[in-house]
Design a protein around this ligand. Sequence first.
Ligand SMILES: C[S@@+](CC[C@H](N)C(=O)[O-])C[C@H]1O[C@@H](n2cnc3c(N)ncnc32)[C@H](O)[C@@H]1O
Length: 284
Amino acid sequence: MSLRNSFKQTLLNALARLPDGVQRAMFAPQVRRICIRLPLLRAVYSGCLRRHPIDLQYGTDTSGLVDELGIQPDGCRVDQLNPYMGSQPTIIRRALDTLGDIRGYTFVDIGCGKGRPLIVASEYPFAEVRGYDISPDLVATANANAAAIARRFPARPPIRAVIADAENLALPAGKIVLFMFNPFGDELMATLLRNLEAGLASGEIEHLFIVYDIPVCGALFDASTALRRWFATTFPYDPDELGFGPEVADSVVIWQSVRGARPDAFAARNGRITTKDRFTAVIE
Ligand SMILES: C[S@@+](CC[C@H](N)C(=O)[O-])C[C@H]1O[C@@H](n2cnc3c(N)ncnc32)[C@H](O)[C@@H]1O
């Protein structure tokens, strides 16, 4: 990592650890109006550096922002991968609530980062909860969070995060709910899709839901004959989560596999995905 980037990441980490009161003060309209103009402080106003309510609730560490070079210090394929920031729990919950009975399914987060979706998924009766991320540091934090959840809620499904590159993942067999919060671009997504299609064709994957939060590569999944749409909408952030992420709402599209498909349950599923840039996709 270059000296500039290492300084930037250290500063972001320090800002993320500022006491809650200081962070709240930084969001006061008069302070925000001035500070948002300063290049390094701009990251503060993504909201990602504030300690998220889910961390206050569970005593975990899923907040913060880790940029591409913080994730891949050797700079390898940084143009393909997206920075770490946690997704909004209420959006994950609302998406999972559309799926119906998920007992016996494994929840998988591709690009799990510090594991916020893994914590949320452990609130549901999944058989297992698993995360994969390319960054060893983020995976270590996700596993520390998993241990905190297991201590506090021993009856919840086991959570495990694994260091892995989405380019060559060994996915679990059986029934899967696969979650993604915009982890990377088209090239890697096409490789992941081929992997999923092969698992479905061989019967190793019996049924699959893909829950894609900010589906910038959604056209790839729409073009797959192994998948069909289950649900599509734009979920607003919960009022308690406003100011803890860069947006006020996220588009979410859910596909299910043709193999083992459930009967369609939602009229709202065929909205067109328009990808504006690598961080923005809207449902129209
Ligand atoms: C936007 S964050 C999402 C974090 C988490 N899923 C959430 O919703 O809170 C994207 C994550 O994808 C991971 N990632 C990017 N490229 C990857 C790859 N090739 N293989 C595995 N993980 C990757 C990054 O390290 C980062 O943690």
